[in-house]
Write a protein that binds this ligand. Structure first.
Ligand SMILES: [Zn+2]
Length: 235
């Protein structure tokens, strides 16, 4: 598969911190190469976190944490759709809202979560992740490229745009990004989510083990660290 060079990337996930666990190292790698990266968060994560905060307070805290984490890896375009955390459905409204951002950002690559349930562990498949994965795939094809889908977007001035590839987390991977030189930034980005990871023990060891396992699976040399995706031709 030969693709044109990547200039713009849009990441779509359900919750603050989803990006930083799974792919912040990749985002640091891309922004260092001059790629423009945008984040789109469907919820603001107000259903998980310290009980002494109101949900409105927590929403503000988690949005601020996500913006801080993004800036660590060179991303300053961070958008929130404000859907209710824990209640996301792959609705036509969500497909339209993601399509609007795709048409605005015009990414070459859309990075997303998987819509496939993994039965190995229940927490691998949060319902919000499945719904966002499905809605994002629908937004990539056909909604954002089809002038007859969500015609209100055309009326708002957003012209159709064709995304050429997707990188999906949580599927059998075929693309491995070496993040060894950016591992410290990934850790710092993840630690920005203080309401979630706090002073969690051995966060670094856990991340390092995951990344080493990815590198091994991808056939990278001993001692390297990687993040893993399934690259999908969306043309
Ligand atoms: Zn999540």
């Amino acid at each position: 598969m030969m693709f044109p060079p990547i200039e713009r990337v849009l990441v779509v996930v359900a919750h603050p911190d989803d990006i930083d666990f799974g792919m912040a190292g990749t985002m640091a790698t891309l922004t260092d190469q001059g790629v423009a990266v945008s984040y789109l968060l469907v919820t603001s994560g107000e259903a998980g976190g310290p009980d002494h905060l109101t949900r409105d307070e927590l929403r503000r805290v988690r949005e601020a944490e996500q913006r801080a984490a993004a800036s660590v890896v060179g991303v300053d375009d961070v958008r929130f759709l404000g859907y209710p955390d824990g209640r996301v459905e792959a609705s036509l409204a969500l497909r339209r809202d993601i399509s609007r951002v795709i048409r605005d950002v015009k990414p070459d690559v859309v990075v997303s979560q998987s819509s496939d349930r993994v039965w190995d562990r229940v927490y691998f498949s949060h319902p919000d992740h499945l719904a966002v994965g499905e809605a994002t795939a629908c937004a990539v094809y056909p909604d954002s490229r089809n002038p007859w889908a969500h015609t209100e977007l055309t009326e708002e001035g957003y012209a159709p745009h064709t995304v050429t590839r997707m990188w999906v987390m949580g599927l059998e991977p075929n693309k491995f990004i070496d993040i060894t030189d950016h591992f410290d930034r990934k850790l710092k980005a993840l630690r920005s989510h203080a309401s979630q990871v706090g002073d969690r023990e051995n966060l670094e060891g856990l991340l390092r083990d995951w990344a080493a396992g990815n590198a091994k699976q991808g056939g990278l040399p001993e001692g390297r660290l990687a993040e893993a995706f399934r690259e999908i031709d969306a043309r």
